[in-house]
Design a binder for this molecule. Structure first.
Ligand SMILES: Nc1ncnc2c1ncn2[C@@H]1O[C@H](COP(=O)(O)OP(=O)(O)OP(=O)(O)O)[C@@H](O)[C@H]1O
Ligand SMILES: [Mg+2]
Length: 310
């Protein structure tokens, strides 16, 4: 299939007069792993609901592999799998039964062998016939992923796959996500609060906040852009322009505050020399950005950003 795995065009979702998703334009290529990052209530689950057909966008349209998710719902439903944020099962079914039932729901012929393969793949074979209520939290989460895969979706959503799971299971889920993409060519879109998760897995990252997509960027570039050390100079007088010869990325935060990224001690010394050749330095602070800070900065409005960043 040549069409992108996902195209959202001006997608908006209102609940009454509340806007949960606002004018989102997004394209995800087939075979990509894309991470949607955002704080609680940002609109991640709502957007997934609109794409997977659980709810209808109020306006705009969405295509999955070129098919419209509203007009060609049956086709797109077969192409999409969703691992929901909330863990919920009928507690009296066994994992094997849960998978067989899911096949029925998804309109694929129930296939006991496929169910066993999925249980094996997610290390659940020993719990094949146990009540799902007796599975551990991590096992339940693995079963949710297995359920989402019964119909071999080409586009898989993982909504907060590692919220509240231990380190070991997180690693397991990460390798399964990579395997699905590398071996089966599955396109994967995951939501997460953790930039670290996005950094490990995703080719590209989108940041959503208050229903708006604030940024979409290649993960490596994003990390590079933000993980640099920076030096903030307070200047003896206001500048209108950035003095010449400073590294790319130097910005005037205010007329008297100049922020310069640096990577090596040589670059830091050179930055100090160049600035003081132009203007008196009243103060300077060096900082190293942590992953947490990057995320906070990405989702905060610019004015708040300045208050907290130094
Ligand atoms: N069915 C609904 N009716 C009314 N408001 C809703 C409904 N579903 C979601 N919302 C609101 O839309 C906003 C976005 O919710 P959503 O669940 O998409 O956020 P999220 O990014 O997935 O957050 P989290 O990280 O907490 O899962 C929230 O303010 C939420 O209260
Ligand atoms: Mg959510």
């Amino acid at each position: 299939m040549d069409a992108p795995a996902l195209q959202c065009h001006a997608t908006t979702k209102h609940f009454g007069d509340f806007t949960a998703v606002h004018d989102i334009n997004l394209e995800v290529k087939a075979g990509e792993i894309f991470a949607l990052l955002g704080p609680n209530g940002a609109g991640k689950t709502t957007l997934i609901g609109c794409i997977s057909g659980l709810s209808r966008p109020t306006s705009g349209h969405i295509q999955v592999f070129g098919y419209d998710v509203v007009k060609q719902f049956r086709t797109t439903r077969a192409l999409v799998g969703v691992v929901p944020q909330e863990v919920s099962f009928d507690p009296f079914f066994t994992p094997h039964q849960a998978l067989m039932i899911q096949m029925g729901i998804m309109g694929v012929p129930p296939n006991a062998k496929r169910a066993d393969e999925l249980l094996e793949l997610f290390s659940l074979s020993s719990k094949r016939d146990a009540y799902t209520r007796n599975l551990s939290g991590g096992m339940k989460r693995r079963l949710l992923v297995a359920k989402a895969l019964v119909h071999k979706p080409k586009l898989l959503f993982l909504d907060e796959p590692t919220a509240g799971v231990d380190v070991e299971l997180r690693q397991e889920l990460w390798s399964e996500v990579k395997r699905l993409r590398n071996q089966e060519g599955t396109t994967i879109i995951l939501t997460t609060h953790y930039l670290e998760e996005a950094e490990h897995l995703a080719d590209r990252v989108g940041v959503i906040d208050h229903g708006e997509l604030k940024l979409v960027e290649n993960t490596e570039q994003l990390m590079q852009r933000f993980s640099q050390s920076q030096v903030l100079f307070r200047l003896g007088r206001a500048l209108e322009n950035i003095p010449p010869g400073l590294p790319a990325g130097a910005t005037l935060q205010t007329a008297q505050e100049l922020l310069i990224p640096w990577n090596t001690p040589e670059e830091l010394s050179a930055a100090i020399n160049k600035v003081q050749a132009h203007v008196l330095i009243e103060d300077c602070q060096v900082r190293h950005t942590s992953l947490e800070e990057i995320f906070v900065r990405l989702i905060k409005p610019h004015s708040e950003d300045k208050e907290t960043s130094i």
